[in-house]
Design a protein around this ligand. Sequence first.
Ligand SMILES: O=C(O)c1ccccc1NCC(=O)[C@H](O)[C@H](O)COP(=O)(O)O
Length: 212
Amino acid sequence: MSARIKICGFTRPEDALAAANLGADAIGLVFYDKSPRHVDIAQAQAIIAALPPFVSVVALFVNASREEVESVLAHCAIDVLQFHGEESAEFCRSFRRPYLKAVRVQPGTDLAALAAQYHDARGLLTDAFVEGAHGGTGKTFDWTLIPPQLPLPLILSGGLDEHNVADAVARVSPAAVDVSSGVESGKGIKSPSRMASFIAAVRAAQHSISPV
Ligand SMILES: O=C(O)c1ccccc1NCC(=O)[C@H](O)[C@H](O)COP(=O)(O)O
């Protein structure tokens, strides 16, 4: 299986279209108003409208209320929910949509227990633990903290870029990789050349692992 690629934190339709044309499988929209990559519903609708078919749209929340999540679902064509805060499994599954649970990994994080807790998630997204931040930090974490066999698909995230993603794919064999800062020219502004280099690095790493 080739690693799928999600690029997160779009604020402009043209960047999302460029990502899709370069081969990204999914784009992420941040509905968290403390993020520099935050989008409102109107911005999200414009970004989604720019996408070609078969690119998944992931809506990201940090400890949002039920009403906030439902409002986004009512107004935007969202394929997958991504929860980046302390949301319970019961809350995550209550929307009856595919969801990802993000986990900020540090020594002592029990990923196997979290995979059991969020067993109906489409995947566990592992991100770096940075005090006071919920994501989008551009920081990596110690990938050896990831157990070799998790019962959920692993989406590797946190500080990935065009220089380290091939090594990450070779070491961790994730089901997917997720990137935000590492393909930007500024907060929320995605660089087409960095996105192209990132995607090429993932594909090259995959090819060297399984050439056919
Ligand atoms: O992107 C943000 O600003 C953000 C803020 C709060 C919670 C999550 C956020 N992003 C979530 C993502 O999926 C990022 O892609 C992930 O954290 C990795 O970010 P980076 O290390 O910058 O590649």
